[in-house]
Design a binder for this molecule. Structure first.
Ligand code: NAD
Length: 481
C-alpha cells in the first residue's frame, strides 16, 4: 500500500488540515489497498491557486530552451521508471501489463514532443507600408486547471501538463480519484526535473475539487477530459473569460459492408472493442454491419470474445483486465439488462459473467446483435466491453446510423474501395475517421478530438500548432520606432 505524499502546493507535499483520505483498491483484488490519497476540499484548491497566482511569472519568463530542457528531463525520468510505473499502473487502474507498458512508454514521448513545441511558439508580422510594424506576440494564458479521467492516468495528463508548461503557464492538476498514485508519479517527475513550485500544483480528491478549480476566479483556462455529463456541467460554469477545452465521451462505430474483408474486419473490431477491456473513449461500441455478412461477422467476433483470457493484468497470458471499479460493473450490468429488455439478442448468454479468483471487477467481452439503433445500448456510452451489432442494408443507411447519436468522436470503415473510404471520411460527423483501422488508437503528433457532444472542438487536444493555441494567448502589437 502506498500512502501518497499528499497534495503538491507551494513547493511542498502537504496533507489537508483535516488529514481526511480515501483509499484506492486494486480492481483485480478489491481487498488490496493500492493508494491512500488526500480527500481535499476547496480550501486546498484555493491555497494551491493562490500560490500559483503569486509566483507563476518566473516560469513564464523562463526561456523556451530552459522550459524544453525541463520537460525533456521529466521525460527521461519517466522513461527510466517505465517498467515499474507499468506495474503500479496495472495495480491501480487494472489494464494489462502490455497495455500499461504502452502507456508508460508513450507518456515520456508526449513530454518530449511538447518540449519541442516550447521552441515553436512563434508570432507573425504584418505589412503596413508606412514604416511601422505590426506583429503578434504569443504569451502563456496564465493559470490552467487540468482535470483528467482514470483510463489513461499518465498519458492524458501528460498531454495537458506538457503543452501548458511548455508555453509557460502554471497548472493546477486534479488527477482522477481512481488513479491518484499515477497523478503523483507524473508530478514527482516534473518537480524533480525542475518545474518550479510557482508553475505546478497537484490537488487530489473527488468532484468537489474539480468544481472548486473551475469556480476559482484566478483560473484562466480549463482543460478537461472525461464524461460528457461532467464536461457539460463544467461548460455551464466557466465564464466567457475562461477558455475551456472539453474532450468527452464517444459512441464509436465501425462499418462493415458486403464488400469488406471479414478477416480484416474481425481483427479490427476485436482491437477496437475489447482493448483496454472496452474502457477507451475511442473504443468501438457499435458495429454497423450489412445484412449479407452479419451472421458470419457475429460468429467470428463471438469466437474472439470467448478466447479472451480474463484476469489480473499482471498475470502471464492475461489479455483482458478487470473493469476499473464497482461503478463500472454496475453500469455494465445496467446496460446488459436494459439491452435484453429492449429487444437486443445476447450472442453468448453466459458470456458476460467472469469470476477469476480474488473477487475482482471482472466481466467478459459481451456482444449483442439485432440492436435497435435508437435503443439505449446504441445511443449511450457504456464505457465497457459491450458491443452492439446493428444490421443495415446499404452504405447510406450505415452512415445514417453512424451519425445518429449525440456523440462524434471516432468512426471507422473496413473497405478496399478507395472512393468509398474517401466518401466515408466526408460523410461521418466524427473528429477521427479510421479506414481499415480500429476506432481507437491515435498518433501522438496528429490532431485529436471529437465533434458534437464529444468535444468542444475549440482546440484539438493534441495537435501541434493548434494544440499550443489553447495554451497561448495572442496580442497584436502596433509599433512605430
Ligand atoms: P468523469 O467525467 O466522471 O471524471 C473526470 C474527472 O472529472 C475526474 O477527475 C473527476 O473527479 C472530475 N469531476 C467529476 N465531476 C466534476 C465536476 N462537477 N466538476 C469538475 N470536475 C469533476 O470521467 P471518468 O469516469 O474519470 O472517465 C471516463 C470518461 O472519460 C468516459 O466518458 C470517456 O469517454 C471519457 N474520456 C474521453 C477521452 C477523450 O479524449 N475524448 C479520453 C479518455 C476518457
Amino acid at each position: 500500500m502506498t500512502r501518497l505524499k499528499g497534495n503538491y502546493i507551494g513547493g511542498d507535499w502537504v496533507w489537508p488540515a483535516s488529514a481526511a483520505s480515501f483509499d484506492r483498491t486494486n480492481p483485480a483484488r478489491p481487498d488490496e489497498v493500492v493508494s491512500t490519497a488526500p480527500e481535499s476540499t476547496s480550501t486546498d484548491v484555493d491555497d494551491a491557486i493562490a500560490h500559483l497566482s503569486e509566483h507563476r511569472h518566473a516560469w513564464a519568463a523562463t526561456s523556451p530552451e530552459k522550459r524544453a530542457d525541463v520537460l525533456v528531463a521529466a521525460a527521461d525520468i519517466l522513461a527510466t521508471q517505465a517498467q515499474d510505473l507499468a506495474v503500479e499502473l496495472v495495480r491501480e487502474e487494472g489494464k494489462t501489463l502490455a497495455e500499461a507498458t504502452m502507456e508508460t512508454t508513450r507518456t515520456p514521448q508526449n513530454l518530449r514532443f511538447f518540449a519541442g513545441e516550447a521552441l515553436r511558439m512563434t508570432g507573425e508580422t504584418y505589412p503596413t507600408g508606412d514604416g511601422s510594424l505590426v506583429f503578434s506576440r504569443r504569451e502563456p494564458v496564465g493559470i490552467v486547471a487540468a482535470i483528467t479521467p482514470w483510463n489513461f492516468p499518465l498519458n492524458i495528463p501528460s498531454r495537458k501538463l506538457g503543452p501548458a508548461l511548455a508555453a509557460g503557464n502554471a497548472v493546477v492538476f486534479k488527477p482522477s480519484e481512481v488513479t491518484p498514485l499515477m497523478g503523483q508519479r507524473l508530478v514527482e517527475a516534473l518537480v524533480q526535473a525542475g518545474v518550479p513550485s510557482g508553475a505546478l500544483a497537484l490537488v487530489h480528491g473527488h468532484a468537489d475539487v474539480g468544481r472548486a478549480m473551475v469556480a476559482n476566479d484566478e483560473v484562466d483556462a480549463v482543460t478537461f477530459t472525461g464524461s460528457t455529463e461532467v464536461g457539460t456541467a463544467i461548460h455551464g460554469v466557466t465564464g466567457v473569460d475562461v477558455r475551456t477545452q472539453l474532450e468527452m465521451g464517444g459512441k464509436n462505430a465501425l462499418v462493415v459492408l458486403e464488400d469488406s474483408d471479414l478477416d480484416r474486419a474481425a481483427a479490427i473490431i476485436a482491437k477496437g472493442a475489447f482493448g483496454l477491456s472496452g474502457q477507451a473513449c475511442t473504443g468501438t461500441s457499435r458495429v454497423v454491419v450489412h445484412e449479407a455478412v452479419a451472421d458470419e461477422l457475429v460468429r467470428r467476433i463471438s469466437q474472439t470474445a470467448q478466447a479472451a483470457r480474463v484476469g489480473n493484468g499482471l498475470d502471464e497470458g492475461v489479455t483482458f483486465g478487470p473493469l476499473a471499479n464497482r461503478a463500472q460493473i454496475d453500469k455494465f450490468c445496467h446496460y446488459v439488462e436494459g439491452a435484453t429488455s429492449q429487444g437486443a439478442v445476447l450472442v453468448d448468454p453466459d458470456g458476460h459473467q467472469a469470476d477469476p479468483p480474488g473477487g475482482g471487477y471482472f466481466v467478459r467481452p459481451t456482444i449483442f446483435r439485432d440492436v435497435d439503433p435508437l435503443s439505449d445500448l446504441a445511443q449511450e456510452e457504456v464505457f465497457s466491453p459491450v458491443l452492439a451489432f446493428i444490421t443495415v442494408s446499404s452504405y447510406d443507411e450505415a452512415v445514417r446510423v453512424v451519425n445518429n447519436t449525440k456523440y462524434g468522436l471516432s468512426a471507422g470503415i473496413v473497405t478496399s474501395e478507395i472512393s468509398r473510404a474517401i466518401r466515408f471520411s466526408e460523410d461521418v460527423a466524427t473528429g477521427l475517421v479510421k479506414v481499415n483501422q480500429a476506432t481507437n488508437g491515435m498518433a501522438m503528433n496528429a490532431p485529436f478530438g471529437g465533434m458534437k457532444h464529444s468535444s468542444t472542438q475549440t482546440f484539438k487536444e493534441q495537435a501541434g500548432a493548434s494544440m499550443m493555441s489553447f495554451y497561448t494567448t495572442d496580442k497584436t502589437v502596433y509599433f512605430t520606432p
